[in-house]
Design a protein around this ligand. Sequence first.
Ligand code: ADP
Length: 244
Amino acid sequence: QGAAVTAAAHSSEVVPQKALIQLEGVTKVFETEEVETHALSDVHLSVKPGEWLSIVGPSGSGKTTLLAVLGLLDTASRGTYLLDGKSVLDLSPTERALVRNRHIGFIFQSFNLIGDLSVYENVELPLTYRGMPADERKARVEKALERVGMSHRARHMPGQLSGGQQQRVAVARAVAGDPLILLADEPTGNLDSKNGESVMQLVSELHQGGATLIMVTHDPAQARLGTRTVSLFDGRVVQDERLR
Ligand code: ADP
């Protein structure tokens, strides 16, 4: 028994925490009639569960492209991407959509709620796409709306809500399916400072609850809320700094 205890203690020391995201040599080239743009060049990135990455860099440095590749909205031209240990760059479009829907939550600058669906229906839609039974959908939607403090607005339409409230609903939609990773593109870019702070408070709570977050931001103060800052320039990672 002593040996087993020792082995267990030993293994917890030496087994490295598995990466949730592993990018190796990821390159994305956009080819238009006259020019070839290397939006991403040889990007290597490893993200562990529970990390909160801030992706920073000047306009045109590749932040949006990186988020699109990570979110399986776009594919890389070269390189490998392992999500939870599984290769996801060589999937068919249908398989890619399934993985995206199941494992990735998105929060966009412009909220991207569907205007003619209620708050409740917006949060429910990705779960319906997944084929989740109605009773489980209901439980998850209610829990997610409660988590973001929007239960009392479930029957409202997005147009009846403030920007801050719409972003809270978008956060509920992103987390309702328990995704492996949450991707946020300038989540407070369309909000005034008060609503922006309240949405960032919500994001902090998700982080404290164990979420793995990758957030593009222009705001240096916001970037420092994360656990790590990855700086891009000309499609390359030029700095990768652990903050805590
Ligand atoms: P950022 O989000 O940091 O502003 P982007 O990822 O949007 O940067 O863009 C990186 C580079 O790729 C830029 O030079 C941009 O013009 C180019 N780019 C992005 N998307 C496309 C596209 N669909 N077609 C052609 N070039 C693109």
